[in-house]
Write a protein that binds this ligand. Sequence first.
Ligand code: SF4
Length: 268
Amino acid sequence: MNSCACAAYCARDRSAGARAQSPGVPVPSLEIQKGETILAKPVRKPEPRKLISAPARKTDVLPVLTGPSLFESADKIADDSLPKIQTDLGDCTRCKLHKGRNKIVFGDGNPKAELVFVGEGPGADEDAQGLPFVGRAGKLLTQMIEAMGLQRKDVYICNVVKCRPPENRLPEKDEVATCSPFLLRQIDAIAPKVIVCLGSVAVQTLLETHRGVSQFRGQWLEFRGRKLLATYHPAYLLRNPNAKGEVWKDLQKVMAVLGLEVKKGKSS
Ligand code: SF4
């Protein structure tokens, strides 16, 4: 078989060539001295290459968490409740986001909600009021909730991090790692039927993936035994109103699971 028949072999051939030129390996001179007889060297038949099956590539799409997780230390706490979690959070200074915040935005809504929305982190309005999703994006989320036939007090709304990142930047890895166990406790304490992740940070945190929300949008996933669906963040919809139709389709799926009537012609 021609050694160039597959890219893997070619790669191996190239790497063998590179090894031969490495300074640690003596390379035979190709110069021919006058009068020197060149004897044909016996050609050693190459041993057949063994096919080694590559280990299965670990995908970073983890609809169901089965292994060690970010939340390992946040095992379920018996009789946990939102007030207890809030007390434990206290006047939190566990991560650097505490330095610039005005108010911790713990979360808001029905402590026994069937539907929990998880966003990314508080913005300026939320930081000022201590409530989640109260700015422009929050108003749009409220409209989305009402289009589903619900009110804000029927659902629970919270974020991955509870203090505003400066300049509305994305929360950093260490901040997410420090704050998100409280989110997990909130989800466990509320025990909703459905979790809706708003945007990439929420879905990346709960599913421990680097993939963006568009990779998951509209698909039913499972998170610790609960149904999880990811959709676009309302702030994204403010910038890209054309995506509202996609989000409405996602919310209709949630409505179907929750037994909410889908009204014809209703859209966000
Ligand atoms: S973001 Fe979370 S962990 Fe960081 S200071 Fe605020 S409450 Fe504490």
